[in-house]
Design a protein around this ligand. Structure first.
Ligand SMILES: NC(=O)c1ccc[n+]([C@@H]2O[C@H](COP(=O)([O-])OP(=O)(O)OC[C@H]3O[C@@H](n4cnc5c(N)ncnc54)[C@H](OP(=O)(O)O)[C@@H]3O)[C@@H](O)[C@H]2O)c1
Length: 253
């Protein structure tokens, strides 16, 4: 089967690293362009890119406009003419403080990285997606952004940023329907990445019941990404604008 070209943000660790690994191994005709904020943060990723020459690593901070402006030059440098699938994965979860105790800069940082960054990056890769017929645009969102669901912990800035992401994904799916784009927000599940394990561990003292419950639902990055790759490869026009869990279940907004 001929390969596809992917652009995946935040490939140096966690779910992003696993997406890069599985897609690079799946087909040596796949081309995976992925990003890191700095080479020092991506030792393992650069090692992987030595083994799998279909991986290309570029520098990108999705919360920094100047950095986003360098995407085109970096893609030109590695000779990329088209992209089949954009996966916006980079994200942060840095606070469980209640609204009254959350500083403005915490809200702003989550908004810049989790909500605005994914779309500003999309503005840069849009013309590369237009050169192909695949035109899949996938946003790694979170069930934390479901506004009708409440969790026994405060997800404040993070939940808000993912709910806002979903809002704009729905709009984008409508804006681009006439150009046959498939635009889908997905929840990767509760995934045992280093970042998630730290946040979950902190719940043991404050919320032991929820801590126990979440541990039973925790899945590995391998399992999450196997599910994500399977649903993404099956997405068609009818899926655009629908929120999917990694196992294919439809989620509410
Ligand atoms: N793990 C879960 O249970 C879970 C559940 C629901 C949704 N998600 C979502 O899944 C995605 C990946 O999460 P993860 O668990 O794999 O987290 P992670 O291990 O912390 O990885 C996050 C990735 O995003 C990158 N990143 C952070 N800020 C960035 C910025 N300003 N510019 C560019 N890259 C940046 C990180 O790079 P650095 O190394 O430079 O920080 C890293 O590559 C996120 O969008 C997250 O919200 C995760």
């Amino acid at each position: 089967m001929s390969g596809q070209t992917y652009f995946i943000t935040g490939g140096n660790k966690g779910i992003g690293f696993e997406l890069v690994t599985q897609l690079a191994k799946a087909n040596d005709e796949n081309v995976i362009i992925t990003t890191t904020r700095s080479p020092e943060r991506a030792i393992e990723l650069y090692e992987l890119a030595k083994k799998f020459t279909n991986i290309h690593v570029i520098d990108l901070d999705v919360g920094d406009l100047k950095s986003i402006d360098t995407i085109e030059a970096q893609l030109n440098k590695i000779g990329i003419k088209g992209i089949d699938i954009y996966i916006s994965n980079a994200g942060i979860f840095q606070s469980t403080d209640p609204i009254l105790k959350t500083d403005a800069d915490v809200f702003l940082k989550h908004y810049a990285v989790n909500t605005l960054g994914p779309f500003l990056v999309f503005q840069k890769v849009y013309k590369y997606l237009l050169t192909k017929e695949t035109r899949k645009v996938i946003f790694i969102s979170s069930a934390s952004g479901i506004i009708t669901k409440s969790y026994p912990l405060t997800l404040t800035a993070y939940g808000q940023s993912k709910a806002a992401l979903n809002y704009s994904v729905i709009q984008l799916s409508k804006e681009l329907a006439s150009e046959n784009f498939i635009v889908v927000p997905v929840n990767p599940g509760a995934v045992s990445t280093e970042a998630a394990k730290e946040s979950i561990a902190s719940l043991e003292a404050t919320n032991p019941e929820f801590h126990k419950a979440i541990l039973t639902r925790l899945i590995t990055p391998e399992e999450s990404v196997r599910g994500l790759i399977s649903i993404i490869s099956g997405f068609g026009a009818k899926d655009s604008g629908i929120f999917y869990d990694y196992d294919g279940e439809v989620l509410p907004f």
